[in-house]
Design a binder for this molecule. Structure first.
Ligand SMILES: Cc1ncc(C[n+]2csc(CCOP(=O)(O)OP(=O)(O)O)c2C)c(N)n1
Length: 366
């Protein structure tokens, strides 16, 4: 489906504005909307937040479109149940179908892929699985219009992998005079001890860490977006003799930024929280995040981290690690990077359970 046609049909039926969190399946759609001057796009930090924003537009007599991955449907469920369904605030949810049964996909999508349609039915949300046919889309939009207008409740479109045809993004003004994530990961690997633990957030950050660092004590979070630092906090509390390095992305950090206050409250001295900030959700297609307007180092200090630093070169990073390695944290390190990853970036060959077991074995051994 051509994204211009898709937007035209929706906008002509008075759906909009558009908001949400990206998924690689939505890459052509969101990238087109980001470029477009006629379709308004609101980036958000989580799918739950997007549902709240949508409610504000519905109260203003619009019928907003909330876009999300089915993994993010989990984040949307709370406002969906106690906001949209409770107050009868219609919107159109555009939900991707990662992990569709019988189709090959990454392991983190298995449960949501299998249960998505049942979850929608349990919420009594009518849905259409979209087909690549403009007449059919027109009919589905008419049905969604009729339902949202007559019942004042949300309607969902389910989008399969490959539904949208590619769209060449114009690209934004992202900085180029910076180093890559990999430049910093190499410095990190040379400056940590064998027993230190690395936790990589979902997105390119964790996948790159997992593939390019030989360090043994590491775990990559497939999914559970925004949870890496909470996992780090738990480990830091239980293993005070180890140093815990959490490698976050700006999108993942923004999704659960409240966690910084929990870290500050419990104040683990052995936690090193590193945010690789490329100002985008790079692994889902480079859609903007709100990071350019956020001073993460100030937020960390305001949340009671012990120290916080802004880093713009691998040399600076090395000097910083030397300096703070044996100082008390929690430490926050904001690293501005340029986009770009390994050409050969793959998916881990271990299963999530194997990754977990390897880390747990190493934790038992002191
Ligand atoms: C709750 C949830 N919503 C959406 C996604 C899809 N998703 C996977 S990675 C990612 C982007 C992460 O962005 P960032 O943390 O900035 O890391 P980068 O991709 O730039 O490495 C998104 C949106 C997800 N996994 N979970």
């Amino acid at each position: 489906m051509d994204v211009r046609e898709f937007c035209r049909v929706l906008v002509e039926s008075n759906f909009g504005p558009f908001m949400g969190i990206p998924c690689s399946i939505l890459k052509p759609l969101i990238n087109y909307i980001e470029d477009s001057s006629s379709v308004k796009y609101y980036l958000t930090s989580s799918e739950g937040e997007a549902m709240g924003l949508a409610a504000g537009f519905t109260l203003s007599k619009k019928t907003p479109v909330v876009m999300m991955q089915n993994d993010g449907y989990g984040n949307a469920v709370n406002p969906l149940s106690s906001l949209q369904l409770l107050y009868r605030l219609p919107c159109l949810m555009v939900i991707t179908w990662r992990g569709e049964p019988s189709k090959k996909d990454a392991p983190q999508h298995e449960v949501m892929g299998r249960t998505l349609l049942n979850l929608l039915s349990d919420f009594e949300i009518p849905y259409k699985v979209l087909e690549d046919d403009l007449d059919k889309l027109q009919k589905d939009v008419e049905e969604a219009t009729l339902y949202t207008e007559s019942r004042n409740l949300p309607f969902a479109f389910i989008v399969r992998k490959g539904y949208f045809s590619p769209y060449q993004s114009k690209g934004g003004n992202v900085p180029q005079d910076l180093y890559t994530r990999l430049d910093y990961l190499k410095v990190l690997e040379k400056n940590i001890d064998e027993k230190d633990i690395l936790i990589g957030a979902t997105g390119y950050c964790g996948r790159e860490m997992h593939q390019s660092l030989k360090h043994k004590n590491k775990i990559y979070m497939m999914g559970s977006m925004g949870c890496a630092v909470s996992i780090g906090l738990g480990l830091a509390q239980e293993h005070p003799q180890r140093k815990i390095f959490v490698l976050d992305g700006d999108g993942a950090l923004l999704m659960k930024m409240g966690t910084l206050s929990t870290v500050g409250y419990f104040h683990p001295s052995n936690l090193f929280h590193i945010c690789f900030d490329n100002q985008m959700h790079e692994s889902t297609g480079g859609q903007k995040t709100a990071s350019p307007c956020v001073k993460f180092t100030d937020v960390a200090m305001a949340c009671n981290y012990g120290t916080s630093f802004l880093i713009t070169s691998p040399d600076e990073f090395k000097q910083l690690l030397d300096k703070i390695k044996n100082q008390k944290g929690p430490h926050f390190i904001h690293i501005k990077i340029k986009a770009g990853t390994l050409e050969s970036l793959g998916r881990p060959c271990e299963t999530p359970e194997e990754m977990k077991s390897n880390l747990m074995k190493s934790l038992v051994n002191g």
